[in-house]
Design a protein around this ligand. Sequence first.
Ligand code: FAD
Ligand code: NAP
Length: 339
Amino acid sequence: MSLQIQTNVSLKPFNTFGVDVRARLFAEAHTDADIRQALAYAAEHKVELLVIGGGSNLLLTGDVDALVLRMTSRGIRIVHEDCDTAIVEAEAGEPWHPFVQETLARGMSGLENLSLIPGTVGAAPMQNIGAYGVELKDVFDSLIALDRQTGETREFSLIECAFGYRDSVFKHQVDRWLILRVRFRLSFSAKLKLDYGPVRQRLQEQGIKTPTPIHVSRAICSIRSEKLPDPAMLGNAGSFFKNPLVTAELAARIREAHPGVVAYPQADGQVKLAAGWLIEQAGWKGFRDGDAGVHALQSLVLVNYGAASGLDLLRLAKRIQADILERFGVSLEMEPNLY
Ligand code: FAD
Ligand code: NAP
């Protein structure tokens, strides 16, 4: 079937903030051939191409004058398996959490801490998704991306992806690389990462003494469901700000004034501050201005109570950034991708 291009399409169902903007053109790519067709169309009609997955890390600040291409390609396959390791490949359009569940059901470990993150496999390398002490890079094998400028495909190794904290080479070249499929290196012998207090605590509460990867996944799902708003009920894009990395001197100054500051020293001497703590301390938790607000349970999450526009949310984010800079001398960087 060839690519179906629609005009003037509402993007409200396709971004988890539920922001109501329109795309000039919209299509879904089920196959590599669809993607190539979309690229050819965009070049021929001199229109920008915006690739999206689940829309869970986007802030759309106005109508999108582009061809919005939603990745819907599917397929999960094992490309290598021995008694210890499996290399599993998934198509970019595979929804992330069901993919994680599938690997766990097949007895593979590695992705359990990344359970219940919304979005697609293809977007996961963009910001090197992370949660509860595991990042995508820890289980990454390689990926195949299409160079939008030349039409060639290229394989990226771990090093070539330049993964960092919520960062990758792709995030800095959004108009160049279209991720087609990703390979993960998973294990049949679980090496669980239980450093994050709430996970250990939840397993303890459940009376689980020797957890399996499935136990860890379930514990994380239950913590997340209690703490994070479900985008189907309340529009949001998860954490709106990255946790800032500051110098040890600045962290010490903040601790002097605020002994309760949540801070984690890093191997490179910097200190990671919990942005949510800073925002809560500054009194923003539960704040609401019209339909744009700060979640009542998790101050790192901005929410859309219904009719907030992307600009309303951006204005609120900027007020918070200015306030945190003034109070603590800390710059907060936005995490979602702005369009
Ligand atoms: P989209 O939002 O559709 O796109 C994100 C960016 O990637 C855009 O720039 C887009 O152009 C680009 N892109 C998408 N697909 C491709 C592709 N195939 N090739 C090239 N570029 C592409 N993130 C975390 O890291 N950890 C968390 O724990 C976490 N929890 C969340 C909880 C909630 C409730 C929500 C709403 C979000 C959370 N997020 C988290 C953020 C988000 O889910 C992830 O960043 C996710 O990987 C985004 O996937 P997506 O398919 O929705 O991407
Ligand atoms: P939390 O448990 O309230 O902890 C607050 C922050 O402290 C976290 O953001 C985390 O940083 C850091 N932290 C906690 N324990 C740590 C440890 N043992 N070592 C190092 N750092 C530690 O966090 P939360 O908001 O409920 O989120 C739980 C996890 O899910 C976090 O990893 C978070 O990143 C992830 N999450 C991400 C998003 C998103 O959209 N990006 C949304 C929801 C949840 P890190 O963020 O660096 O891990």
